[in-house]
Design a protein around this ligand. Sequence first.
Ligand code: SF4
Length: 482
Amino acid sequence: MNDMKLKPSHNASDRAHDKCGVFAACDSPRAAQDIFLGLHAQQHRGQEGAGILVSAGPGRNHVHKDHGLVTSVFSDEILEMLTGHFGIGHVRYSTSGHCREKDIQPLIATHRNQVMAVAHNGNITNAGRLKEEMESGGSIFHTSSDTEVVLHRIVRVDSESPAEKIRKGLKDVEGAYSMVLKLEDGIAAVRDPLGFRPLHVGKREEAWFFASETCAFDIIGAEHVCEVKPGEGYIVTGKGLEHFVLDQPVKPRFCAFELVYFSRPDSSHESRSIHSYRVELGRALYEEHPAEADIVTAVPDSSNSAALGYSAASGIPLDIGLIRSHYTGRTFIAPHQALRDTRVRQKFNVIRDAVEGKRIVVVDDSIVRGTTCRKIIHLFRENGAKEVHFRVSSPMVANPCYFGVDMPDREEFLVNKMPGDMLRQFLGVDSLGFLSPEALTKVVGSDTCDACFTGNYPVKIEDSSGRIKKRKDGPLGKFAYL
Ligand code: SF4
């Protein structure tokens, strides 16, 4: 789900963001409540808008979507009005800081009196060209979203079989899509042949569920059955569960960043917790970049598991040096120069006696812009840390993502601005170490995408006129630029 401009959007924050989370339920007596809880568990995947569409059968569809967090969009009264036993939901992260009403998903199409809706996590890399072709044939689009292109293509397929419609509609669609669909009498879930973004199947008594992350099943008391494998899909109707396979070659390239940072540590990938991947990344980080220190501490929360791994491998005790506030709510631009670090101070505070007079290893999961981690390091110094050794449990992020992750513009990646020791000096640390791409692959597997670290994009990237973007070397030589 993204605007169709194939340019990484301007991400004003210091982090990469997953753009969306999806959830679907079928044969649940309280589908809306299940979808609400499933979206709530996946709130970290998108905080700008949320939507749920439920159905009690043909002609009995109810939808509600709005800007904001899941809990603010859906009151108890609204959920009571969303009656039906099947439906889909979506949480959205906006790429540009503003989110248009019509872009909030699920996107809905009515065709020959039938209502189909879709909720999408990912990004279609050839959406511009496909849209152009369809507009030449008379199609009218209401949004600037690549998701609408997919919806049009599926709806237009003339077939009674939903699996056939989805298979044919997705035939020439490229890029990342883990999506759930509301059909006339049930739901569907489908994942692109490279499987960039996660998608899982859950079950509770007679009810079937699909979710971006397995933590969404725990909250509703459903068991995790399996993942929707790359290039495969499921239809669930009153007749039961139907499995189908797309007509495209499968070449799994799961997003390594999901394992490094995006997914919740209590979710799982290939029957293993995300937490355990991160612990192993922390161990590998110590093997590549050891340090002599008194304590290891994490940049909470997403780096906790990697810090634990670094501590376990090194034998250096883990301590809590930094506390993160979860209640920062709205931040503001500090008007005074002396308060310019207010945003970071609102979010993080150092436990002084844990770090004072000590040599500390600070473990973070990734560096994109680096502005927040520079300020955090300053906080440690202010609180008396004797030495600060900064360790990152992923390689340097140097390339944009075209597969459903929002990142700043290429020029803003810290590593592209500061080669070699300049980076260490800028951050103000005694030593600096990033996990190598080779070590990352060893932990997360070779069937993953690591393009934002290495520049090795697993599919060709088109601009809106269908021209293939070419890879060329960046000013630092070893980084790939498109
Ligand atoms: S480019 Fe990076 S963020 Fe995007 S899918 Fe690949 S690994 Fe994930």
